[in-house]
Design a protein around this ligand. Structure first.
Ligand code: HEC
Length: 111
């Protein structure tokens, strides 16, 4: 019983890490980042005038989660959240989980 629980837990944990940390291709992510650069800056430095935060130095798993949340309408869906509502349609330019992983992998390379 205990072993089965441990196995189930292990499977769950590996499934979870697989979905959150899908291997991203930074080269493909660089192409996708072209859209993002307009607001977040070519080096991910951010632009306060556009309310777009710095992305350089941010952890990839956090970037992935925020992009998933924007895409799913968990973040940036409230009309009072003006800045979030600016970002939400941008997350829609990333067609799937692989694209999210790719762009996050590229952002990780920004210093
Ligand atoms: C039109 C301008 C604009 C573009 C283009 C844009 N963003 Fe954003 N982004 C924003 C704004 C504004 C915020 C801040 C949202 C908030 O305050 O909640 C933001 C927030 C984010 C966040 C959350 C940061 C955090 O610390 O929580 C991530 C990640 C992000 N953007 C990634 C991207 C990526 C990747 C792209 C390209 C696919 C992109 N953005 C394109 C304006 C933009």
């Amino acid at each position: 019983m205990k072993l089965q629980f441990t196995l189930a837990l292990t499977a769950l944990v590996s499934l979870y890490s697989a979905t959150t940390l899908a291997a991203g291709d930074a080269a493909k992510g660089k192409v996708l980042y072209g859209v993002c650069a307009a607001c977040h800056g070519a080096n991910g430095e951010g632009q306060e005038a556009l309310n777009a935060p710095k992305l350089a130095g941010q952890q990839d798993w956090y970037v992935v989660r925020q992009l998933q949340n924007f895409k799913a309408g968990i973040r940036g869906a409230n009309p009072k959240d003006t800045n979030g509502m600016t970002m939400a349609p941008m997350a829609q330019t990333l067609p799937n989980e692989q694209a999210i992983a790719d762009v996050a992998a590229f952002i990780k390379t920004l210093k």
